[in-house]
Design a binder for this molecule. Structure first.
Ligand SMILES: Cc1cc2nc3c(=O)[nH]c(=O)nc-3n(C[C@H](O)[C@H](O)[C@H](O)COP(=O)(O)O)c2cc1C
Length: 182
């Protein structure tokens, strides 16, 4: 079946993250993102695609820091709260009943209930189409112990993945495959 060009993201299951930032006055903001990816090991770089109208982008320009919170199925019911366009400096984490934890290296808080967190300092923003590709340099990474077995413990962590709109994927099974010797 041929699809219209703009349908291409609906073919891809992408990890959902909640990105936390702070305003100039230090007030937290949180929003879900699924156009996101690791970019480089050395230096460790992470990227996500952000609509330039989002408070997340405004805060990153003002403060230069963000935390990528990797989230699980338990966050599914909170997506509509976290993506609500509340007035600027109205903290979505409070609306969602989530717990702020102090990050180790940056001022935005991390989310205690998340599977894992990646603390980043803004490196560059590249205007690509109608979004900004926001690149951050990873400063510190952490995971809740119960979700770690040398790699992400997929079944236990149960990451929440996004397809499009209200369509998500969860309850995945981890599988291993032999790789070529390097
Ligand atoms: C699961 C999910 C994934 C999303 N992914 C993106 C994304 O990759 N890029 C983007 O710009 N907005 C994305 N959004 C929309 C933003 O989260 C939403 O517009 C939010 O209100 C932006 O918040 P902010 O203005 O506080 O930054 C997504 C929303 C949901 C629910």
């Amino acid at each position: 079946m041929e699809l219209e060009e703009g349908a291409y993201p609906k073919l891809m299951v992408r990890p959902t993250v909640v990105i936390t930032t702070v305003s100039k006055r230090g007030i937290p903001n949180a929003a879900p993102f699924s156009f996101n990816s690791p970019i480089s090991f050395d230096p460790p770089l992470y990227g996500f695609s952000c609509n330039p109208a989002h408070d997340t982008w405004r805060n990153i320009q003002d403060n230069g820091e963000f935390v990528v919170n990797v989230v699980n199925k338990g966050f599914g019911e909170l997506m509509h709260v976290l993506e609500t366009d509340y007035p600027y400096e109205d903290n979505e984490l409070k609306h969602a009943g989530l717990t702020e934890e102090r990050a180790r290296t940056v001022s935005p808080p991390r989310i205690k209930e998340a599977i894992a967190w990646i603390e980043c300092k803004f490196e560059q923003g590249v205007e690509l189409g109608d979004h900004i590709w926001v690149v951050g340099r990873v400063q510190s990474v952490g995971v809740n112990d119960e979700y770690w077995k040398g790699v992400l413990a997929v079944e236990k962590a149960n990451p929440l993945c996004h397809i499009a709109g209200e369509f998500f994927a969860a309850d995945m099974r981890g599988v291993t495959y032999k790789r070529a010797k390097r």
